[in-house]
Design a protein around this ligand. Structure first.
Ligand code: SAM
Length: 207
């Protein structure tokens, strides 16, 4: 089955490897923001959509040892590589499956759903967000982490198609969910919080 939709950038065998090597070199700062932010919510289950090679979840496995961690990505090459790493954790690592913003293959709900640097690739965003929100537990949170287009200057502007701006989310609202948009340096976080139950939490670097 092809989990990508026409028009979405495909991460094949070679592009997945290239991304992974350059991500580990250049994306440490945003990874650390995402990881610290997820941890502040103390979720007992996390789904990462567009997880790539699973860097965020594999780190969360150490930081949230009791949490159930799941990752999905349309790229079989990303998933195979993530599985290779999780196998080293001998059954205590995250579970990785092929999937997408339109296909969540797990029959369960999650306290926290994250997506880092993936949303800007998605087609069908309008349908994907309500579909994803239906997979949250009461009080759950869906957070999108991206580079902030409004904060890009100089040569960084060349990367603007790999970023989002707060205006992209102006008209995206869902009843029963509180939307917040926070920026931190070059990063932006867009969250949808299920208002059914306020989970106890501590402030994060994005607050
Ligand atoms: C730039 S990589 C980011 C990977 C990882 N989240 C990270 O932070 O390093 C974008 C990822 O999004 C995935 N992707 C693209 N379209 C997607 C979609 N519609 N749903 C879920 N993931 C998607 C790609 O296969 C790719 O692995």
């Amino acid at each position: 089955m092809d989990y990508y939709k026409a028009g979405e950038e495909r991460f094949g065998k070679i592009t997945s490897r290239i991304y992974s090597v350059s991500a580990k070199l250049f994306l440490r700062k945003i990874y650390s923001y995402v990881i610290e932010d997820v941890i502040t919510h103390r979720p007992s289950s996390v789904l990462d959509i567009g997880c790539g090679e699973g860097y965020i979840l594999l780190n969360l496995a150490n930081r949230l040892p009791k949490a159930k961690l799941y990752g999905i990505d349309p790229s079989i090459y990303m998933i195979k590589s993530a599985r290779k790493e999780t196998a080293k954790l001998h059954g205590f690592g995250p579970i990785f499956e092929q999937g997408s913003s339109r296909d969540i293959p797990f029959k369960r709900h999650f306290d926290f759903i994250s997506s880092s640097m993936s949303f800007h690739h998605w087609k069908d965003r309008d349908k994907s967000i309500p579909y994803i929100l239906r997979h949250l537990n009461p009080g759950g949170i869906f957070s999108i982490y991206e580079y902030n287009r409004d904060a890009m200057t100089g040569l960084f502007r060349l990367m603007s198609q790999h970023s989002v701006a707060s205006s992209d989310f102006m008209n995206i609202n869902h009843r029963g969910f509180c939307k917040t948009i926070k920026t931190s340096g070059k990063f932006i976080k867009i969250s949808f919080v299920d208002e059914k139950k306020d989970r106890q939490r501590v402030p994060s670097k994005f607050d």
